[in-house]
Design a protein around this ligand. Sequence first.
Ligand code: NAD
Length: 499
Amino acid sequence: MTVIGNYINGKSSPINSGRILDVHNPANSEIVAQVGLSTAEETQAAIKAAADAFESWSKTPPLRRARVMFKFKELIEAHADELATLITLEHGKVFSDAKGELIRGLEVVEFACGIPHLLKGEHSLNVGRGVDSHSLMQPLGVCVGISPFNFPAMVPMWMFPIAIACGNTFVMKPSEKDPSTTYRLAELLTQAGLPDGVFNIVNGDKEAVDALLTDPEVQAVSFVGSTPVAEYIYSTACAHGKRAQALGGAKNHMVVMPDADPSLVIGSLMGAAYGSAGERCMAISVAVCVGEKTADHLIHDLTEEIAKMKIGDGMSTPEPHMGPLITAEHAAKVRNYIDLGVGEGATLVVDGRDTSHINEGKGFFVGPTLFDHVKPGMRIHQEEIFGPVLAVVRVDSYDEAVKIINDHEYGNGTAVFTRDGDTARKFSEDIKVGMVGVNVPIPVPMAFHSFGGWKRSLFGPLHMHGPDGVRFFTKMKTITSRWPTGMRTGADFNMPTMG
Ligand code: NAD
């Protein structure tokens, strides 16, 4: 059995901590790989490799750095099936979804290919007589990424392509639940011509993460994962003087107005609630229906559609609509939430707890589940379940729907479905959520915009990738210069006169 180690200085580096975790195929629970968990010293070796590589890489012209990204893009395209297979094998999402994830990551690589343009900075002529100012965007040094299990390719690619293209060197700590895809990306980066040490991988758990958060050589930490860990990462990194951005959990609401197009609503909701078994930070987990009739129709149509769904191994053909959850523990946690919802008095319309008929009873499956009459105080509405469980909340008015969303502790994504422009515009302006869809259920910003939520879905001022990604991975320096032809006493620049 392969034991995945670290990737340091352009090659594999074994982990000798003696701590090894099994990596499972969630569709049948078989062990498909093992991953080592690094010690603090092993983590420091990766940081040192990145620190040693920084001087030369940071001075490599941005155009040459972009050429590595172009080559990397070609290699990802050439290995797309292989990478998507790894994602499905270790994560469980269906193959086409794995391919989709890869494409979203690839788009950030494409964005990073434009780095010479993105780093051009600003210039002002004659800020005083004969005095010019220009701003540079310089790399920070060693940057770190820590990623969750649910997007083993896309989320690391939200981080490292931009960081590296900006001239930083990088240490990536992937999720220990599905580490193989990120590791393969590291090999492809080396093949693309990236100098050794510029991109390194440390596999591990809290011990490795803590070593990354406290090492004085690390300048910036980019994190995506659950809210309690995001809060910990952000406060620890900041306390150690690092720049940090930490994206956390979510509970995304979709408002269904009485005038919404019913078929668009149902098609969108089925994919947004149950795609990837609900293990997406932008999944819709609450549908807020305005008006009893709207809710009655929605429940009726969803029940019919759910009955048609096929659940199974994401590699099988024809492809199922939905695969398993990541681990047996997580599947048990999602089942417990369904028990809890019943106990709290919500109406269980479709019960996904019994999965004995799916994939011969093997794997970590929970079927699509639908609750009606969910009330805002209930834990199944307050907490992130991260599974295929959709809660329907009935309200009488648009204002009530908006209040439920704005009062919620999470603010990652949301959507409104309506044919009325006034309602859509008001919603876009008033809602306290970072990413908003109008008749779009999962409004994930493209790579050239930035991705991030509000409230307890994001700690730190800057969002991920796009313009904010470039800001996060660079520091600005402003240079003011005076040349002899413009020189007079100098006093008028420091103490300008009127006119
Ligand atoms: P997680 O928080 O358990 O783990 C994320 C990373 O943190 C992993 O690399 C893990 O090894 C590390 N980690 C876990 N516990 C730690 C600890 N105590 N100290 C230090 N490091 C620790 O998250 P997960 O279960 O892998 O991923 C699912 C979560 O990620 C969900 O809450 C989901 O909403 C969130 N997520 C958010 C976004 C977003 O954009 N906001 C995107 C994807 C996933």
